[in-house]
Design a protein around this ligand. Sequence first.
Ligand code: UDP
Length: 311
Amino acid sequence: MRVLVTGGAGFIGSNLCGRLLNEGHEVLCLDNFYTGSKNNIEEFKNNAAFEAIRRDISEPFNIEADFIINLACPASVPHYQKDPLKTMKDNVYGIFNVMENARRLKIPVLHTSTSEVYGSPSVHPQPENYNGNVNPVSIRSCYDEGKRAAETVMFDYHRQYGTDIKVIRVFNTYGPKMLENDGRVVSNFIVQALRGEDLTVYGDGKQTRSFCYVSDLIDGIMLFIEDKSGFTGPVNMGNNYEFTIADFAKLVLSITGSKSKIKFIELPKDDPIQRNPDLTLAKKTLGYNPKVSIEEGLKKTVEYFKKVVKR
Ligand code: UDP
């Protein structure tokens, strides 16, 4: 297939481009390079099956493809909060542009939504039929509500025009090709540990997250692409091994062997207290089963950051 990957130079996007190329697909990588990086796609530049296109998802486009995977949106908290109106446009105008292109070509779209659609959940772990606890006017809303609106747009295209849709709710994912200054907890802690700086735990560190190694998420995306049952999702993907952030900081210190200390600083506003995916639906419908242990995934990610972090 010729696959259009929007946000293809980002962390997940570039890992996915690599996998698609390995499996014999042609890849069109669309990115505005706001948080995507040319370094992430450097290794594909001499591959005739790969093409990078500088384009902003919030502007209409006509690109011929057989399948679209939509990943285009700044995804880390500091990056999506830097220009919240742009984040909302990337989500909402972006999904209209993607869906119009898909409707014109009559091709399927796989869209990466987020665990943030559950907001600060009051149900734990979160199944897909939990509708969430989301504040429409918080500093996280541009992302949370933008992603919720994008899901709405997708399902309305599906109902109104019969467009073939596949919606994944991605939970916290980490691995090589995250940006050094991404701002998410995994990259922050690893970079701080490698530089011998204090690890910045926000709040008391009792909030929880579950971390998925990127290859496990990519496996799930590939299973969903190949699924011909008409299953639309939304379906959770991630790993359901849950950590408090304070314990996670200790694990990063032990894996890096760093002498850094842990420093507790102010908790950002509206930070969800717990998050853990219910993976029952993904297992049942797609056979999704994350395999990489946190120790193994962190070791690979630390090796990557050792090569790129300026110390
Ligand atoms: N966090 C932290 N220190 C950091 C970055 C994040 O303690 O340097 C915490 C953050 O408050 C949140 C969790 O780690 O509770 C995950 O944050 P991240 O930004 O990675 O993703 P989120 O799940 O909040 O979107």
